[in-house]
Every structure is written in structure tokens, then in C-alpha cells.
Design a protein around this ligand. Sequence first.
Ligand code: I3S
Length: 132
Amino acid sequence: QANPPEEKIKTLDKAGVLHRTKTVDKGKRLRKKHWSASWTVLEGGVLTFFKDSKSSVAAGLRQPSKLSTPEYTVELRGASLTWAPKDKSSKKNVLELRSRDGSEYLIQHDSEGIINNWHKAITQGIQELSAD
Ligand code: I3S
């Protein structure tokens, strides 16, 4: 059966484990990068990075409401996503997400296929929101 529109918005778009680090906090560049592997969820125009990967993955797959507190939530409305320039990281397959509030995040996965899928999904999320 068809879901009412308000429920459709909350449909899970994508979830998985990504490496990520925050580089700018509301316009203020952070001194050090702290990369960590984190369970990441794209849902309803919001990208959420959870604190750690392992416990969150197990809990989140069983019962999403039991997920640990998010470490960062990024509103995709007004955000932009690009491939990170080489000077931002020596790692391969790095995306740079800039949020409307002037924060920046690097997102990375060793698999080109996986990072390409995230690139598509986040870009689509941003476009859907700006179409409103
Ligand atoms: O921009 P940086 O300083 O080259 O970033 C690296 C550091 O965050 C480093 O931490 P330590 O300074 O504690 O070693 C990380 O381990 C590296 O991964 C960071 O560089 P990459 O190029 O991997 O983003």
C-alpha cells in the first residue's frame, strides 16, 4: 500500500560504515582531523554519523530506535557535496560535505563503488530538498 507523503520523507535512503572526520565547525577550522569509522545513515534529508561503527551497526540493524546518540547530524538542505581536493587528505575516494551552517566534513571509503553510491545518494538528497 502507498505510504502517506510525510512517511515517505522518512524512508531510509542509505546506511553503512564510512570513515569521516569533521574539519570545520560553523566556520571555524578545527586544528586536527580525527578520522573514525562510523555507522552512517541518510534519511529524510539528514545525514547522521553515529559515534562508533560496531555496536551501532548491530543495534541499528535490529532496531533503529536503539541506536546510540548521533555524533553529528548534517541537514542536507542548503548543503553542498564535492570530491575533496588532494590537499585536504592523502586518502583516496574522499568527499567533502559543507553544511548550510558552515561546517565541513570529509567522508571516505576505500571502495570506489561504495563511495560513488554515497556520492549519488547524498547529491540526490541535496537536490530533492532544494527543489521544494
Ligand atoms: O591534515 P593532516 O594533518 O595531514 O591529517 C592527518 C592527521 O589527522 C593524522 O593524525 P595524526 O596527526 O594524529 O597522525 C591522521 O592520522 C591522518 O589520517 C590525517 O591525514 P589524511 O591525509 O589521512 O587525511
